[in-house]
Design a protein around this ligand. Sequence first.
Ligand code: VG1
Ligand code: CO
Length: 550
Amino acid sequence: MPEKSESNPVTVHLSQPFTDQKPGTSGLRKSSKQFQEKNYLESFIEATLRTLQGVSGGTLIVGGDGRYGNLRAIDIILRMAAAHGVSKVITTTNGILSTPAASNLIRRNNAIGGIILSASHNPGGENGDFGVKINADNGGPASESLTNSIYSCTKKLMNYKIIENSTISLDKSGTYYIGAMIIEIIDGVDDYIQLMQDIFDFDRIRDLIKDEFSIAFDALNAVTGPYAKRLFEDLLGAPNGTVRNGIPKEDFGGCHPDPNLTYAPELSNLLLKSKSFSFGAACDGDGDRNMILGKGCFVNPSDSLAILAANASIVPAYSDGLFGVARSMPTSAAVDVVAQKLGIDCFETPTGWKYFGNLLDAKRITICGEESFGTGSNHVREKDGLWAVLFWLQILAQKRCSVSDLMRQHWSEYGRHYYSRHDYEEIPTQIANSVYRSMEDRLPKLSGESFAGQQIRFADNFSYKDPIDNSITQSQGLRIVLEDNSRVILRLSGTGTKGATLRVYLERFVHSNGKLNQDPQLALEDLINEIDSLAQIKLKTGFTKPTVIT
Ligand code: VG1
Ligand code: CO
């Protein structure tokens, strides 16, 4: 084992503090170019290490989704962590660590937190995006108060501490030192696979796959490739080649690692057009999102959450029942109906996984999810793409039916929440703000007005009171709710890096005895048209149609 080295930290002085570093969704997400700028990453890491509790003497988890900038960032973080007296950093071979796997490592090792290098579903590479996600000691995304404290720190930061040390190669596992700090390089896949084996019945899934149930998984050249190969091909007996685009690449092979019908066209065509497989799935850049497809059938993420909740007793880890469930506000109420039938609580939170943390920690919920292809449970404190895929396979292994049959059975029992999200990406920020603000201004006057042939029951800007710590979060999205509980919601994205992204969420419930097999765009057509004429989205933005329709 290499000896402890004698290295003293050096202090690097900055000519001015950074101002452009307001962290968004639990971290900092900017262009790769911005992160390559002198002292930029270092300043944010310094502020993080000054703000996190227990840094001196603590253990930290570090890894990323393999995108351009990952290895450089890990090198800098290791040397800065050593300068700040961290006692141990656990990182992974080649720096590959998915977000849910990082969450698991934080929890298993009683770490003070984690630093995950990823801009999630944003494209990577020199011309793409990079990001630093900060996770707390419960394994979940940093709370708003933590990111705000980090931000305040960056604003007055005039220097940072780092140890000059040659770069430690992450090629293979082993133990190293920088100064007195231990660096443990482990295989980032092992602990995660173990966790999945503790939750699911692998034998049953293996039997399903053996019986000519064909699956295709698309890792989109991002972090889940090595995890998926181990799971599906090595352990569950799926043939070689089941995992497509399975080697993480720095630029994700030029693709946009966002698992939806627009950005995962190869897989979508295989399942929806040529109908070549019984089951298809994809995950995003850092492995926390999932898209589920059946032969000729796309599963809307809001429906996916409802189906997981309704069938949770099939999975060994949840066979004793669920404490409760939660969904983000724009997610459809399909899971609410399931919760009602199960007689458990259903919570409605703002967008972003961090809002589920308190409910999970307090054992008020077991399963939760978002319409943005995110589902997860109390096994970690992040959404978990591969966990969701295994959950689906476990249900299908038990029910032995097709994905589309399962969907139909679900709707005929619970009714169907027709749902769609329309994204308008890269709108000039000023225009997006003006669309949003003018709608916000009109909200108080909308109650009682007519909208798509109904009366508006209420219109507001969603605010949330956390049931555990009573903290209040305001302005989380404009909602228009109609008499029959149909909803139209408008939000501005917090994760984009170019211009602004406007999201329009549309939902309408149809009872189990109603029309259950329409195309969602048709079932929602009047809501789609009405919100466009009310908010004048196309007129003001010049877009003729949304960039992405889910
Ligand atoms: C989006 C999603 C949100 C998700 C967030 C982080 O945020 O809508 O549901 O939690 O991304 O996902 P926004 O503000 O762009 O709508 V990930 O996969 O980047 O951690
Ligand atoms: Co992600």
